[in-house]
Design a protein around this ligand. Structure first.
Ligand code: ATP
Length: 299
């Protein structure tokens, strides 16, 4: 469990994270989404105690990261993919980590098999491809058999086979009851991996919702009617928004097409069109973060 409570992080004048609060629960993959510069990496660094909040508080499994007696056994992390420039083999890299954290040698063997690096385990890490480097990073994150995993953009630069591998791994780790928190700026990837999504923009929380709630958010009904103005007044209510998108055309969020049809019928408003529309998650994400995008192409 990760609890972020009212966290703000300033770098000089720049507010990277702005009064952010959310909870990441065990037994699920939680996607952490936002456009470039939204504050995802900064938030993850604060969870891991690598950066200190200007104000607010971050707890992992009920404590600050640094208060855990054996943090590697509580939280495993894969931060931004960087080539590990080392003359050591993958095996010795992991063994050195294990020995300094009181983790038994056999766990090194286990994680090497788990991430599929057995064949190259004795090769120098310096010669690893990006994909092999990512697998090694995941092996290091899993070394302490942690209850919580934090991964910053784990699929960056991976080929389709690597992407699928990470996806299946994250899902199986969550199914074991672990807390899995993974950042991405790609909604399409998260749609296939995550159960819950936290979306931020310019350091602020935009949404925290289950994948099915997100899918529902993208649903609307397009209605064409000559009495559109009157119909609009009849439809608007709690949880229902109605936008006039063209003369005589409404976009209704929060009602099924059958409900709209019944209202129109009761008030003798003839409908020329009644079409359920499902926006892709990608569209829903773009809509939500439109105002939070730092750099946009001039259109
Ligand atoms: N050490 C730092 N000093 C000054 N500004 C920083 C520092 N680290 C991050 N920032 C700024 O804080 C904001 C948030 O950055 P962060 O890297 O956390 O975003 P992000 O969501 O991870 O972005 P990306 O998807 O591009 O990795 C950015 O505007 C960034 O320029």
């Amino acid at each position: 469990m990760i609890e972020v409570n009212g966290v703000t992080k300033r770098y000089g004048e720049r507010v990277a994270v702005d009064d952010l609060s959310f909870t990441v629960r065990p037994g699920a993959v939680t996607g952490f989404l936002g456009p470039n510069g939204a504050g995802k990496s900064t938030t993850m660094r604060m969870i891991l105690g690598l950066d200190r909040p200007t104000s607010g508080d971050v707890l992992v499994n009920g404590k600050h990261y640094a208060e855990h007696a054996a943090p590697l056994r509580e939280v495993g992390a894969l931060l931004e993919a960087k080539a590990v420039h080392t003359g050591r083999s993958a095996y010795h890299h992991l063994l050195a980590m294990a020995l300094t954290h009181g983790i038994p040698r056999r766990r090194v063997e286990e994680v090497i098999d788990l991430v599929g690096l057995r064949e190259v385990a004795r090769k120098r890490v310096g010669g690893f491809s990006l994909g092999m480097g990512q697998r090694l990073g995941v092996a290091a994150a899993l070394l302490g058999d942690p209850a919580t995993l934090i991964l910053d953009e784990p699929v960056n630069g991976l080929d389709p086979e690597g992407v699928r591998w990470i996806r299946n791994l994250l899902r199986s780790l969550a199914a074991e009851g672990r807390t899995v928190f993974v950042s991405s700026h790609l909604m399409s990837e998260m749609a296939l991996t995550a159960d819950h999504l936290i979306v931020i923009g310019r350091g602020k929380l935009i949404a925290s919702a289950s994948m099915s709630e997100f899918t529902a958010m993208g649903k609307s009904v397009r209605v064409r009617a000559r009495g559109a103005g009157r119909l609009r007044e009849l439809l608007v209510g709690p949880g229902v928004t109605v936008d006039a998108v063209e003369p005589d055309v409404l976009q209704v969020h929060g009602l099924e097409s059958s409900e709209i049809g019944q209202v129109a019928c009761r008030h003798s408003i003839a409908l020329d069109e009644l079409t359920p529309v499902t926006a892709s998650l990608e569209d829903a994400f773009m809509d939500m973060t439109r105002d939070a995008v730092e750099y946009r192409e001039a259109s």
